[in-house]
Design a protein around this ligand. Sequence first.
Ligand code: SAM
Length: 282
Amino acid sequence: MIDTLPPLREVIRAHDLRAKKSFGQNFLLDLNLTARIARAAGDLGGADVLEVGPGPGGLTRGLLAEGARHVLAVEKDPRCLPALAEIAQACPGRLTVIEGDALAVDPMAHLTPPVKVVANLPYNVGTELLIRWMTPRAWPPFWQSLTLMFQQEVAERIVARPGSKAYGRLALMVQWRADARIVLTLPPEAFTPPPKVHSAVVQITALPAPRYPADAQVLERVVAAAFNQRRKMLRAALRGLAPGIEAHLHAAGIAPTARAEEVGLEAFCALARRLAPPSAAD
Ligand code: SAM
């Protein structure tokens, strides 16, 4: 039974789990808070959950207590494994722990759809994992939703709208294929040890199909080029993409003198379609 497990502070003391910076460790020890994050992922009853970086297992406990069918937890720090084994023992057959780097593990070898991803991510790999989860060749992806903790500044870039400073590549690549919103903001003191900045949980729900048709790689190239030089007018920023870029911009309904941050997702997709038609996978 999950309620019979000792408090997390005791677990940390018993297994000498002092947080290490090299692993990006800022632990959540308040089980009410981890339960709230687990609930933000919606009904876990019929779902398998992928958790990246369970650490001492606070969020893992929340996910299991909220009824996740099966949790696959991928943890790089071997010191955490004994604490996680105690949770697995309390929930027979519902928790699988893999020691390893989440960037190198194929989660689908261990998961049955529907799959939700829930994680208090190590900040150093968080954005890379998000980009990877958002950019498979084919859509829909292996996951139904992502409930992820980020530095607040990164969370704001994910949900940003055109015209704002935070709007850019991350917003476009996420919002093209998913709904994204911030569901919880946490002060540094919520973590042990406290990080320097505020954090926020973003709830990302995969759409059945991208909002507008476009080839994923072409769209990525257009958006990357546009925002690499976000102060420049698009006719200059995108000059290297294709000959006659001004005409393509006009045809996509974009003023060649516009700057990237003024242009919405629909127009970027129209431009990507002008440059290359979407493939069957999109
Ligand atoms: N989920 C725990 C919590 O909420 O208290 C720990 C969160 S801590 C911010 C990030 C966790 O990710 C740490 O346990 C760390 O060891 C682990 N980690 C760091 N890099 C990782 C990687 N590449 N793959 C898997 N886990 C990683």
